[in-house]
Design a binder for this molecule. Sequence first.
Ligand SMILES: NC(=O)c1ccc[n+]([C@@H]2O[C@H](COP(=O)([O-])OP(=O)(O)OC[C@H]3O[C@@H](n4cnc5c(N)ncnc54)[C@H](O)[C@@H]3O)[C@@H](O)[C@H]2O)c1
Length: 371
Amino acid sequence: MIIGVAKEIKNNENRVALTPAGAQELVKRGHEVFIQSTAGEGSGFMDEEYTEAGAKILPTIEATYEKAEMIMKVKEPIEPEYNLIKKDQLVFTYFHFASYEPLTNAMIDSKAICLAYETVEKSDRSLPLLIPMSEVAGRMSIQEGAKYLEKPLKGRGILLGGVPGVRPAKVLILGGGVVGTNAAKMAAGMGADVTIMDLSLPRLRYLDDIMPANVNTFMSNEYNIRELISTHDLIVGAVLIPGAKAPNLITRDMLKEMRPGTVLVDVAVDQGGCIETCEPTTHENPTYIIDDVVHYCVANMPGAVPYTSTLALTNATLPYAIQLANKGWKKACKENKELELGLNIINGDVVYKAVAEAFNLPYTEVSKYLN
Ligand SMILES: NC(=O)c1ccc[n+]([C@@H]2O[C@H](COP(=O)([O-])OP(=O)(O)OC[C@H]3O[C@@H](n4cnc5c(N)ncnc54)[C@H](O)[C@@H]3O)[C@@H](O)[C@H]2O)c1
C-alpha cells in the first residue's frame, strides 16, 4: 500500500502520525511510505531519519495527499485539508466527528473512508487509541499543577512533596480512570498526600490495592467533595461519562471554600469540564484566576510534549496501521472488530451510529461494505 504522512497544520500541533521506526516497520512489509517534508520536525524527527528508514520525502501537503492510498494523521482534518482528501482514500486519524458538523459534511462529500482513532474499541470497551493521550495528560496534570502551586505563578506557594519536617501538599483527583490513575502515580511519586475519588466501588477497590500508601480512595459525591476541597492544594478533574458532557462536580460557589492559591487542573475540559468555572485555555495562556483559585484548563495538554505524545500514540496506532496496509481496509476491518468499530464514514455513508444521530443524518450499517 502507498502510505502518506502529512504534516499537521492545526495551530500548535507538533505531533506526527508515524515515527521513523514506524515507517521502517511498514517499508519492511513491502509498503511505500511517503512523508511530507518536515512533518516529524516538531516531534524531533528529521527528514533524513525517515529516508534512512526507507521512506521517501515529498515536498508539499498536496503531493502527499495526491500520492497516498492511506493518509495517516494525528488531528482531525481542518478546512484547508478537506479538498485534499480524495474518493476511496483511507484516512486514519482522530476525527471527533460528533463535535463538528462541517467536518462530518466535508468527509461525507469527499467519499473517502474515514477510520477514527477515537472509536477503535476493544472487546472490554476500552479505547486503545485514546488511552495513550490520557496517560500523557494525567501525568502532565501533576507536573503542571505543581508548577502553578508556586507563588510567582499565583499558587499557594507549597512544594508538592514537602521536605523533612514539613507536610507535603494535598492532591485531590476526581475520577480514577486512565487520567486519574496516571495523575495519582505521579503525585504519589513526588511525595504528595493523594486522594482519588470515583463513583465506581470496584474501581476504588482496585486502586486501593495497587496504589502506594500515600494514596487514599474516597467515594465521589457532593458531600465528600465539599469536605475535601477546603483542605486540598491541587485538584485534578479527570472524570468521564462516555459520550456526555462531564458533570460539574465543583460548582462556582465551592471556590469560596477553597484556600487562596489552590490550583484546579481540569483535564476533562475537552468534554466540557467537571469544574463549573472551567473554560478551555491554550498552552500560550494556560491559566486564569477566579476567587483567588488558579484554573488550568488546556484542552490539548499532550500537545506540549510532542516527543512523548508522538511515541505514545504511534506505539498504539502502528499495529493497526500495519493490518490496514497489509490487508487493505475491508479485509482488515472484517477480520478485526476493533478496527471495524473505527469506521465512521465510507463513500459518503455515515456508518457510525453516534455520528449519524448527532446530526440527524441517515445511518448505514457497516455490513453494506464488509460483506
Ligand atoms: N485535556 C486534555 O488534553 C485531555 C487529554 C486526554 C484526555 N482528556 C480527558 O480526560 C477525561 C478523563 O479521561 P480518562 O481516559 O481518564 O477516562 P476514563 O473513562 O478512563 O475514566 C473516567 C473515570 O471517571 C469516573 N467518573 C465518572 N463520573 C464520576 C463522578 N461523578 N465522580 C467521580 N468519578 C467519576 C469513571 O468511573 C471513570 O473511572 C476525558 O474527558 C478525556 O477526554 C483530556
